[in-house]
Design a protein around this ligand. Structure first.
Ligand SMILES: [Mn+2]
Length: 280
């Protein structure tokens, strides 16, 4: 195994897709360790074929550059600034970005940069948790607040939330402002129907918190929430997103410290392959 994602076959200048690792996990509230997520996802990528049977495409036909990781910070504002700066620098030429977390806070860094570049964007979130708190543990730059930060930046009406099955009453008030599809009302089959009907007339960024999956499929995450979707359904949902004008996506909250079998990192690596093949 190497220090690069298996499919990273290109130099920076020639690449159409950039992979950026973000080993940040300081605001984690339950089980820490997502700082090791990018490394685990890269390692797991070595188990994957270049060819996707479901998509009938080979990832070797796409030019991918692995930009490595951002520096390691314990302060969330420093982490967010560097992620934004690195994203801006990588995307100067309008390429596609794939982020590897790290805790969910990192997505705000990427979205900030994308907002700067494209002005008008929408974000589709897959997550067990609504992540709409205004602050958590006296910190507003927290994984528990990431969709609130993003909503304030791009407008809550441009936030689409799927798979949600956990949130407190206070933060769920903000969900009235977003496009909110909680899992108890919209299961995987209904998510596919919603996406089929949905039109988003903007560039779209997709953020995938691995805990959207049931802990049976993805136990290696800091705040597991029972009653989630299956891996097979996740791939169907991912592929159904390709009708949107997607400019990048991330996979966050993979925690190798509690991923004894490595299946969570494996799932994340396969999401990266299928996501790149579907969107890029
Ligand atoms: Mn989250």
């Amino acid at each position: 195994m190497g220090d690069k994602f298996l499919f990273a076959n290109s130099e920076k200048e020639d690449a159409d897709v950039y992979i950026l690792g973000m080993p940040f996990d300081s605001t984690v509230s339950f089980k820490p360790g997502t700082r090791f997520g990018p490394r685990a996802i890269r390692d797991a990528s070595y188990n994957l074929e270049f060819y996707s049977m479901a998509l009938e495409r080979n990832i070797n036909n796409i030019k991918i550059f692995d930009a490595g990781d951002t520096d390691f910070y314990t302060n969330p504002q420093n982490a967010i600034s560097e992620i934004s700066e690195r994203t801006m620098e990588l995307l100067k030429s309008g390429k596609f970005i794939v982020g590897l977390g790290g805790e969910h806070t990192v997505s705000y860094g990427i979205v900030k940069a994308l907002k700067e570049i494209y002005k008008d964007i929408a974000v589709i979130q897959f997550d067990a948790h609504v992540d709409l708190r205004t602050e958590f543990d006296f910190e507003k730059f927290s994984h528990a607040c990431v969709m609130n930060l993003i909503g304030q930046d791009i407008g809550f009406e441009n936030v689409y939330q799927f798979g949600i099955r956990s949130g407190d009453e206070e933060e769920l008030k903000f969900a009235e402002k977003t496009n909110f599809f909680p899992l108890h009302k919209y299961d995987a089959a209904q998510i596919l129907e919603v996406l089929d009907e949905l039109n988003i007339d903007k560039k779209v960024y997709v953020t995938i918190d691995i805990d959207v999956l049931d802990p049976a499929y993805a136990p290696g995450t800091g705040t597991p929430e029972p009653g989630g979707i299956s891996s097979a359904d996740m791939f169907k949902i991912l592929n159904s997103l390709k009708k949107f004008d997607i400019i990048g996506f991330d996979v966050v909250e993979v925690n190798p410290m509690v991923d004894a079998s490595g299946i969570t990192a494996m799932m994340a690596a396969k999401i990266v392959r299928e996501g790149i093949l579907s969107f890029a």
